[in-house]
Design a protein around this ligand. Structure first.
Ligand code: ADP
Length: 344
């Protein structure tokens, strides 16, 4: 550290800034909503929020950009249909913020090959796409850290699948702060007073996902019949034979989904039926499907309405980029100064 450099102190760190993102790799689904978007909608009233369409991240696994524009617009519309308000939060596209590339570059010098290779999501994706194990995939957590700390955010509303990435982000931040000065608060995954959420897939394994397991994921774009079909296909068995027995994972998943969208009375009824060994899974799934439709159909309709106004979507993107740029320029000035990259 230069002796004459004004070292930034912890007390100067901003607090309570929120940042999160969602990839435009397909339609938004129930997992995105309960893991992330539901919190965005609540947090936008309580905090300074930055929410981003992570289009650059999607290139790590989806290099074909021919559907990117329509996917980006769809995901913007879906977020807004869920209640995200671009007047309250800064809502923008990752690729519109050129500063991200610069910060990502600096952070890459503080990230080690060994730790990146150990990341669970990297190992999973490398296994799924052995023909495309690119450096962007390896450094995904570094780019994600750049996105978060670009706004000096400390609260990151995400689902459980992102827990390890946030731990890595904290490591990169600690290294940066230690080497160049206390600029960044340590980011933490956030869910209101609760554990992080993982919405399971309908096939009893894995999680709902935009671009994998489409038959076991409930998308906000699914029509009523598709929702019914997917829910009715969920794996069940002949039912418990002993009172109060533990639930197998695939049954527990159906209860988890029911807890998200059905009333307390409905959930209690089926829990009691299970514990008394008289549960009828066919009826339970029919009920779940109808409750899902009640939940999803209005969001699907609203998405459609928003998508019809292309000019409005463009305005949202432009305004979001302008607002995000103000914050990014401020951060990058601080970063360059603290790194000693300001030569004149
Ligand atoms: P996907 O895996 O569907 O492509 P993204 O990687 O774009 O989703 O993640 C967007 C947000 O949605 C993240 O905060 C992520 O943690 C959350 N998320 C994704 N899938 C689930 C799930 N099944 N359950 C809970 N949260 C999820």
């Amino acid at each position: 550290m230069d002796g004459d450099k004004q070292k930034i102190k912890h007390t100067d760190l901003p607090s309570g800034i929120v940042m999160s993102g969602i990839r435009p790799t397909g339609m938004v689904h129930l997992g995105n909503y309960f893991g992330a978007i539901r919190n965005y909608v609540r947090m936008q009233d309580e905090y300074e929020c930055y929410f981003m369409i992570a289009d650059l991240h999607s290139l790590t696994t989806h290099p074909d950009t021919s559907t990117l524009k329509s996917n980006v617009k769809r995901v913007i519309a879906e977020n807004m249909a869920c209640g995200l308000n671009p007047e309250k939060a800064t809502f923008y596209c990752q690729s519109h913020l050129y500063e991200t590339g610069e910060l990502y570059l600096y952070l890459n010098m503080l990230a080690y090959k060994g730790e990146l290779e150990k990341t669970v999501t990297f190992k999973d994706k490398a296994r799924q796409h052995p023909e495309n194990i690119n450096a962007g995939l390896l450094t995904y957590p570094v780019l994600q850290t750049a996105d978060i700390i670009m706004h000096r955010a400390s609260l990151v509303p995400v689902g459980k699948d992102q827990e390890q990435h946030l731990e890595m982000a904290r490591n990169f931040v600690v290294r940066f702060n230690h080497r160049y000065g206390e600029i960044f608060p340590e980011p933490h995954a956030f869910n209101y007073n609760e554990d992080l959420i993982k919405v399971p897939g309908l096939d009893g394994s894995g999680k709902m996902s935009k671009s994998e397991n489409s038959m076991s994921t409930l998308y906000f774009g699914d029509d009523d019949d598709t929702i019914r079909k997917k829910v009715m296909k969920a794996k069940t068995d002949a039912g418990p034979t002993e009172a109060n027995s533990p639930k197998p994972d695939y049954i527990d998943n159906i209860f988890t989904l029911m807890k998200l969208v059905s009333s307390d009375e409905v959930l209690t009824k089926y829990n009691n039926d299970y514990n008394n060994c008289n549960i009828r899974y066919g009826d339970m799934k029919k009920q779940l499907a109808e409750d899902m439709i009640q939940f999803i159909a209005p969001i699907r309709q609203k998405t459609q309405d928003i998508l019809e106004d292309n000019q409005y979507l463009i305005e949202v993107m432009e305004k979001g980029a302008q607002k995000a740029r103000i914050s990014a320029e401020k951060t990058m000035k601080l970063v360059r100064e603290s790194m000693g990259l300001n030569y004149f």
